[in-house]
Design a binder for this molecule. Structure first.
Ligand code: GCW
Length: 700
């Protein structure tokens, strides 16, 4: 009965009234199941648990399982000491041999690190894996199935993560932030949850954060902003001795949920922290400094993940100052981490250097492509999904598939910097799915982005996916309740990019709001169409960046400001769009493999939703629909507003089916969204009317 105390403690915490229906419990609701026949089916198994092995992660699994079962079935399971007496068995393969006799050998053999099997042996539900973390993931999977009210009688699941590193990137600013600067850059879910003044003292929110991440399969987190020193930020201080005990405390908690801690560091740290005369990668003193730093960290946190670096970008310093390449800069720090198994993630978001093409889209490739093969084995180059900056629609960055000898990682933005902050419903899962499925043709057909970042295509040693977090201290974590779907979807897609958008969305709704068919269909409809809707009333045909300037406050990149963005959309009296062709434009199309490059080069072959990203066309250019580009712009902006009004009306039909607090919250947000959508429509349509002098002539 060694688990009695922690179990009780945990249950008091999970059930405490503070969580109400604010959305705090996210998709981990574990609501009491009212269907008696389902409950009695579950109770055939769920009354007793056998759990051999006692690591911290196994304890987390047991705590979660116990809380989930108790809340859903109304019966608290007992922990038994004999496998034969148990309804549920959870344990690594070596520890549950008698219970897994019937699992076919090929299934066991197919398990990779952190993969798991959930099976019904006829008498028992068994969750097994090669690793404790796999047991934790399997446990969350079982609880998910039960929240979705799926019977356990036929259950037989084999799961393996397809992508190895599945990280959150927080843009949270530790230390004091200058006045007017938010504690999270581009964060709309409240203030940062990381309380560095209180740390190493931990609080309950860290545990719930870790549970939430682990439940979707996220296995690492970078807890501070990649901007570490810009405008007086203090993120660089995380490498000072004062912060080590704080980092250690977080790492120790996250470890219980299979999550590794990473931090963003400043390339000039040796100068900033220890007053070295420079941070030159070829200076042996600088190398020594990083080695020493790594040794100190790993002395306290043996499973520390590594560092993330934004260098030579937007005021963050880098190797250029010393005439060194990005690879020389990255390798310096990577060498220090290497003896401890640490990873150095180096961002490719480098632009603005005068020697590069004036088209920002071309620049990352120009800097990084020539360095393919020059990075150390434990460096990963992290690339934003598109060549500009997290727009509602962009082509996939040309760097994917362009560096077969360099580990690559995909960076997505979960927080909705350009996609409506916490004010608009904009489910990004369909966009991410397109990105992951996109065929780069780097090795002929079947060279998708997901195959690149899973390491499969080029046999990378390390690779992965990172999502810029949308978490804050708002009671519902993300500001807009529906923004939780993006967080959930990121983790699920990172685990398995082959999951369909529909599946993920359905999982999220059913765990968050229950399984009522009407609730499922209305919310699915809203979420599935919301990206297109947002695109409709904001930025047409891939043109992107129609928003206001980038101050990091809550107004930045939120409202329409087309007149200030001519450099991006290139609208003039005759036409609109950025000519990025080889023939007459910036040549960006030439950075892709064939046949992708020729597809983008030709306005006829170019997918229409990206037409204005690649081509400057006259306003009277005819689209496949028969409409002119200008009429398409007017119509889509009008339609977008109508669609949001439709969401509002649809949501109202759920009044009796959703608890009041969450119902009102979403209703109020949708009401606001209608106003913002109108503002976008009016601003963009009147801008184009003025510049083109062509009036809106709808067909009907
Ligand atoms: O999109 C831009 C944002 C910055 C961000 C930067 C980056 C963290 O506007 O706020 O800084 O990208 O990704 O580094």
């Amino acid at each position: 009965m060694k688990f009695v105390f922690p179990l009780l403690f945990f249950l008091v915490e999970v059930c405490s009234g503070a969580n109400g229906e604010t959305g705090y419990k996210t998709w981990l609701q574990y609501r009491l199941i009212e269907d008696q026949s389902l409950t009695s089916g579950y109770l055939k198994y769920c009354k007793s648990i056998f759990v051999p092995g006692n690591s911290e992660i196994i304890t987390s699994s047991l705590l979660e399982l116990n809380a989930g079962l108790k809340q859903m079935t109304g019966t608290e399971p007992v922990v038994v000491t004999n496998a034969d007496q148990a309804g549920i068995v959870i344990g690594t393969i070596d520890k549950v041999s008698s219970s897994i006799r019937h699992i076919p050998d090929y299934q066991i053999k197919s398990l990779r690190q952190d993969g798991y099997i959930i099976t019904n042996t006829g008498r028992q539900i068994v969750i097994t894996s090669k690793s404790d973390t796999g047991i934790l993931y399997g446990t969350f999977h079982l609880l998910r199935i039960m929240q979705m009210k799926i019977p356990l009688s036929e259950i037989s699941i084999v799961e393996n993560p397809k992508i190895r590193l599945r990280l959150l990137n927080h843009w949270d600013n530790p230390g004091k932030v200058p006045s007017g600067v938010p504690s999270i850059e581009r964060g709309y879910g409240g203030e940062t949850i990381f309380n560095w003044d209180e740390l190493p003292v931990l609080n309950k929110r860290y545990t719930d954060y870790a549970r939430m991440l682990a439940s979707t399969g996220i296995n690492g987190t970078v807890v501070n902003n990649v901007n570490t020193a810009k405008n007086g930020l203090e993120g660089w201080k995380l490498l000072t001795p004062e912060y080590l005990p704080k980092l250690k405390a977080l790492a120790s908690l996250f470890r219980k949920y299979g999550i590794r801690l990473y931090i963003s560091v400043n390339f000039f740290s040796p100068v900033l922290i220890s007053g070295l005369k420079d941070a030159d990668p070829l200076n042996p003193e600088v190398q020594k400094w990083w080695n020493n730093k790594a040794e100190k960290i790993y002395g306290e946190i043996p499973d520390f993940g590594g560092f993330l670096v934004k260098a030579d970008s937007e005021g963050e310093p880098g190797p250029i100052k010393y005439g060194r390449t990005q690879a020389e800069g990255a390798n310096l720090i990577a060498r220090a981490l290497e003896p401890f198994g640490g990873i150095l993630i180096w961002r490719a978001f480098v632009y603005g250097n005068k020697e590069l093409s004036p088209d920002r889209a071309c620049q990352a490739y120009e800097v990084f492509k020539p360095l393919d093969g020059a990075f150390s084995e434990n460096v990963i180059v992290q690339i934003k999904n598109g060549p500009i900056d997290f727009q509602i629609r962009e082509p996939v960055s040309s760097l994917f598939g362009a560096m077969p000898e360099t580990n690559q990682m995909l960076e997505l933005q979960i927080t909705q910097e350009y996609t409506g902050h916490d004010k608009h419903i904009c489910c990004l899962i369909p966009e991410w799915k397109e990105i992951l499925d996109f065929d780069t043709y780097a090795k002929g057909t079947n060279s998708s982005v997901s195959k690149i970042i899973s390491g499969e295509l080029f046999g990378y040693k390390y690779s992965g996916i990172a999502g810029v977090s949308n978490i804050g201290d708002n009671p519902n974590w993300t500001g807009h309740l529906f923004a939780q779907a993006n967080l959930y979807g990121f983790g699920r897609m990172a685990w398995n990019p082959d999951l369909t958008t529909e599946t993920i969305i359905r999982e999220w709704i059913s765990q968050t709001f229950g399984n009522n068919e009407k609730v499922l269909s209305v919310i699915s409809e809203i979420l599935l169409s919301s990206r297109k809707t947002y695109e409709n009333y904001t930025s047409p045909l891939g043109v992107g960046l129609m928003c206001n300037g980038g101050n990091t406050g809550h107004e930045g990149h939120f409202s329409p400001s087309p007149a200030s963005r001519i450099n991006y959309h290139k609208a003039d009296h005759n036409g609109v769009g950025y000519d990025r062709t080889k023939a007459t434009g910036s040549g960006y199309t030439g950075q892709y493999h064939t046949p992708v490059s020729s597809m983008y080069e030709s306005p006829e072959l170019c997918p229409e939703e990206l037409l204005l990203f690649f081509h400057h066309v006259p306003y009277q250019y005819r689209l496949k629909s028969g409409k002119t580009v200008i009429q398409h712009i007017y119509d889509t902006h009008n339609e977008g507003v109508e669609e949001v009004i439709g969401y509002y009306e649809k949501w109202k039909t759920l009044k009796e089916l959703i608890d009041n607090e969450r119902y009102e919250h979403v209703l109020e947000r949708l009401n606001g969204q209608i106003g913002y959508a109108k503002e976008w429509r009016d601003s963009i349509n009147s801008y184009f009317l003025k510049i083109s002098s062509i009036i809106d002539k709808p067909l009907h």
